[in-house]
Write a protein that binds this ligand. Structure first.
Ligand code: BV8
Ligand code: ZN
Length: 295
């Protein structure tokens, strides 16, 4: 059952569509230079990122987990939104009934000017810090890099041809004392932790409720699945929910395997989201230049 691949046909559909839902993943930020979760060996030092992105890992070794996140913060703060982020942000400004769900925690969609009423950060943000003892304290959009002096080894810049010692599994992890990690200024006892949703943790209940309400409101014309392996739940479950509301599914991904399960009424655009999205939305957002600006 081969899905359609015509950009012109899809542009027609975008122009005439009312309700559009998008699910974005790490592949949307690939063109900004941020490693995907499963790409490039998908390892951080010799750890699976999914093994570090859990409350147990933090409980067990908060310094190691903080070094992992401080490094990702540093990379995210150094990165720039790409034309894919800008295209989605422009579509959100033009289409009232467009809702963008991102699994990314890198803050690039908000930095691309994506209206926050049309964006839901399903897995939180690297730039938020919250109390591990759940006293309710949260420090939103903290841009300090490093997040504290002790985590400076995670914020060093190295020439591209050299491996940051922190990333080299043969170099011991720099010793960071727990007492030097960020602590909660509110309850004083808790450690601060990255404001992301870890594996095994529930997503924000109110946000899930709101997304489901949006989905149930009526027919959905298009479900965009952009740069995601769609392997993480409940995020990956939105495609089926949108299908049930009549959506045509359009996948944007260089990996041909991500077209599995697509029907002949669906679309598959193989390639880089930062290249493809501006073309798909051109009829609504206008022509986008190389810097991501609408002409
Ligand atoms: C929960 C924040 C319940 C942290 C993240 C078995 C079956 C089903 C589910 C489960 C299961 N076992 C466990 C679960 C639940 C688990 C889960 O889904 N596990 C998976 C691994 C099977 N889910 C959870 O734990 C969730 N919570 O279920 O709670 C609950 C309820 C009540 C009470 C208690 C508990 C929480 C999930 C959230 C985890 N946190 N992120 C952090 O970032 O460190 S998810 C994390 O992984 C990222 O946020 C990201 O979303 C995800 C990686 O996925 P992708 O974004 O798809 O990235 P990936 O690298 O995989 O793929 C990149 C894609 O881009 C590829 O397809 C590639 O081809 C493509 N690409 C590459 N370049 C480009 C490109 N595309 C376009 N252009 C390019 N240039
Ligand atoms: Zn606290």
């Amino acid at each position: 059952m081969a899905p359609r691949t015509s950009i012109d046909e899809f542009k027609e559909l975008v122009n005439s569509s009312n309700r559009v839902l998008a699910l974005c993943g790490a592949g949307l930020s690939a063109a900004s230079g941020l490693p995907t979760f499963r790409g490039a060996g998908g390892l951080w030092r010799n750890h699976e990122p999914t093994a570090l992105a859990t409350p147990d890992a933090f409980e067990e070794d908060p310094s190691l987990v903080w070094l992992f996140y401080a490094w990702r913060r540093h990379m995210a703060l150094k990165a720039k939104p790409n034309r894919g982020h800008y295209a989605l942000a422009e579509l959100a400004k033009k289409k009232d009934n467009f809702m963008c769900l991102t699994q990314n925690v890198d803050g690039l969609s908000p930095r691309a000017g994506h209206p926050d009423t049309k964006l839901r950060l399903l897995h939180g943000s690297l730039l938020d810090n919250k109390c591990f003892d759940e006293c309710g304290f949260i420090d939103r959009n903290n841009l300090s890099d490093p997040v504290c002096p002790a985590l400076a080894p995670a914020a060093e810049d190295y020439p591209p041809d050299k491996t940051l010692p922190l990333l080299d599994p043969n170099v011991p992890v720099p010793p960071v004392k727990v007492e030097d990690l960020p602590h909660c200024p509110n309850c004083k006892t808790g450690l601060l932790r990255p404001g992301v949703v870890w594996f095994g943790e529930p997503l924000d209940e109110a946000m899930l409720e709101e997304v489901d309400q949006w989905i149930q409101e009526g027919h959905i014309d298009i479900m965009l699945v952009i740069g995601t392996a769609a392997a993480v739940y409940p995020a990956a479950g939105y495609t089926l929910k949108a299908r049930k509301k009549g959506a045509v599914v359009a996948v944007v991904n260089p990996d041909p395997n991500s077209a599995a399960g697509l029907l002949k009424k669906d679309f598959f655009f193989q390639g880089d989201a930062s290249e493809i999205l501006p073309q798909l939305f051109e009829g609504v957002i206008g022509k986008m230049d190389d810097q991501g600006k609408i002409q």
